[in-house]
Write a protein that binds this ligand. Structure first.
Ligand code: PD2
Ligand code: ZN
Length: 285
């Protein structure tokens, strides 16, 4: 005959379990100690699991920086079409975490071609941020050529900037100048986050010009013959680069919990041209 004695998981027991775990004791050894002091195994296992899971969730919360406001496309309606600046843009894919929205037809073919021709004579080997100083450096992780337009530099640039600001409901003044990148066959942009990592010594200087980045729009200016998807490796998402389409993603804190790690997969054939608009928390100066 077996008797079941109700065994209560008290706050003291929870505290003891956390202490043991945090002093390096393995869960299996904590379990053995609990059994040795009279705990029924299934009750002890449940107490251990529940307590350690709660503690992990608590630590995660404590370590996350607070969320900030981010650009938000107007997707409240049932329609897969949004009207921006007199243009009908298609909503192709929507994801919550990471926050990703893929748009079809954000740019016309003529706008794509015009951007490429404006950028072409000004291309230089792309640089990435030098984490130590906040300056920029040539980097093997990004084997493309690129250039920046000033905000509002030409009527076409100004039109596209107004369209993006309306699409994602974020002030035009918070946008960095549009960057155009050209990838040749074999070129890629290895996975990275677009926000500036707060632990890097150079970040404070970068943040003086409008705070953190909170959103990105990558616009595809051509359709490469092979490869060149924008990838989100943590969630297995690949956005096909199709001329005129764009991928938007936002990150409400400078933290990997946003799951916005993303890259440009190697171009396998032909060239890939993109234009990127990054958005800051405040006015970009
Ligand atoms: O060209 C891309 O697909 C790509 C991928 C990752 C662009 C960027 N990041 C970027 O411009 O930040
Ligand atoms: Zn990026």
């Amino acid at each position: 005959m077996s008797t079941t004695v109700a065994q209560n998981i008290t706050d003291d027991l929870r505290r003891w379990i956390v202490e043991q775990a945090e002093s390096g004791c393995r869960p299996a050894d904590v379990l053995e100690a609990m059994k040795a002091s009279g705990w029924e195994e299934s009750v002890a296992v449940a107490a251990l699991e529940q307590t350690l899971r709660q503690r992990l969730a608590q630590l995660d919360e404590e370590e996350l920086p607070p969320p900030t406001e981010v650009p938000q496309p107007a997707l409240e309606g049932a329609s897969p079409l949004v009207q921006v600046g007199g243009r009908e843009v298609r909503v192709l894919t929507v994801m919550k975490l990471p926050r990703v929205v893929v748009f079809g037809g954000l740019l016309s073919d003529e706008e794509c071609d015009a951007l490429i021709e404006l950028a072409r004579p000004r291309l230089l080997r792309s640089e990435t941020v030098d984490n130590a100083t906040g300056g920029s450096e040539v980097n093997a992780a990004r084997t493309s050529d690129g250039m920046f337009f000033d905000r509002g530099e030409t009527p076409l640039i100004a039109t596209i900037e107004r369209r993006i600001a309306e699409l994602v409901r974020w002030p035009l003044e918070n946008g960095e100048g549009i960057q155009v990148l050209r990838y040749r066959p074999g070129a890629e942009y290895r996975p990275h986050h677009d926000y500036f990592d707060p632990v890097h010594p150079g970040t404070a200087r970068i943040l003086q010009r409008g705070g953190q980045r909170v959103g990105t729009v990558v616009m595809y200016l051509n359709t490469p013959e092979g490869g060149g998807a924008t990838t989100f490796p943590e969630v297995g998402l690949e956005v096909a680069p199709v001329r005129g389409n764009a991928v938007f993603f936002s990150y409400d804190r400078a933290h990997p919990a946003t799951k916005t790690l993303h890259g440009g997969a190697p171009v396998l054939a032909g060239e890939k041209w993109v234009a990127t608009k990054w958005m800051r928390q405040g006015v970009f100066t």
